[in-house]
Design a protein around this ligand. Structure first.
Ligand code: NI
Length: 268
């Protein structure tokens, strides 16, 4: 059995070129931040949490892409804070290296980490549409956050690796809407009326245990999983402290949310 009883130390250190690349482009690809035995252990934990529907009654597990009623089969199931159900996930090289990445990219001594898990079932035919993560967040703050996206098996364009728009983190959050314009859906997409040109997108295929890092404003996308294996992604969010804005941003699309998840969470 792989030992997940004590925290690991980081095994990577970013080069000056990698740090500069992140700040210039808003994303970074890192070949490896884990080891095979750790990935095997994590896949088992991950599959168990989804099978057991961990956190569903509290609104911590829900369908990112469908209407998410109780009898519906989840199209794109997500768990918020999976490590709260399996704290040993925090004793991984992935966790230690995520802190190291944040230390170097945002100059944080001991950064906090929040995590989520997005499972893209085998043969799932919908993409994760283009979006900026900040579009989901409170409009009252300025963020210096990053998402560290780790596939627990190989990920390429056929199985739903991420694609980024280089430099898009330097602009504003553009208008978003619920996927397909359906307010019952939690997932957001950049509003087609915003006419953003995505032709410069860069795809980042990764081996299991590699990662991409992206800034809270970097536009990103994941294609459908047309492969025959589930695509398990574990995403660690970290960064510097958010600072309150004098004039909040107008993220008006957040007012349209009317999801079954919100209803479960407000009843719990
Ligand atoms: Ni995202």
């Amino acid at each position: 059995m792989y030992d997940l009883s004590t925290p690991k130390s980081p095994t990577i250190r970013l080069t000056d070129e990698q740090v500069a690349f992140y700040h210039e482009n808003g994303y970074l690809r890192i070949e490896q931040i884990s080891v095979p035995e750790e990935l095997e252990a994590l896949r088992a934990i991950y599959d168990r949490l989804f099978e057991q529907k961990a956190g569903r009654e509290r609104g911590q597990q829900f369908d990112l892409a469908g209407s998410d009623e109780d009898d519906a089969v989840a199209k794109l199931p997500q768990i918020l804070d999976p490590s709260s159900f399996a704290p040993e996930m925090r004793n991984t090289y992935i966790w230690a290296n995520a802190k190291q990445i944040c230390r170097q990219l945002e100059d944080q001594e001991d950064p906090g980490i929040g995590d989520h898990a997005i499972l893209k079932p085998a043969g799932y035919g919908a993409p994760t549409p283009w979006h900026q993560d900040e579009a989901y967040w409170s409009p009252n703050f300025h963020y210096r956050s990053m998402s560290i996206w780790v596939p627990l098996q190989d990920a390429d364009e056929r199985s739903g690796c991420l694609a980024f728009m280089p430099g898009s983190h330097k602009g504003h959050v553009v208008p978003h809407r619920q996927i397909g314009g359906d307010p019952r859906v939690h997932g957001l997409e950049i509003d087609p009326d915003a006419n953003v040109d995505f032709s410069g997108a860069v795809f980042c295929p990764l081996p299991a245990g590699g990662c991409t890092v992206h800034h809270n404003r970097t536009m990103h996308y994941a294609p459908p999983n047309v492969g025959d294996q589930p695509r398990r992604a574990w995403i660690l969010g970290t960064g510097g402290p958010a600072t309150e804005l004098e004039t909040p941003n107008d993220y008006y699309w957040q007012k349209a949310w009317a999801t079954a998840r919100q209803e479960r969470a407000s009843k719990a």
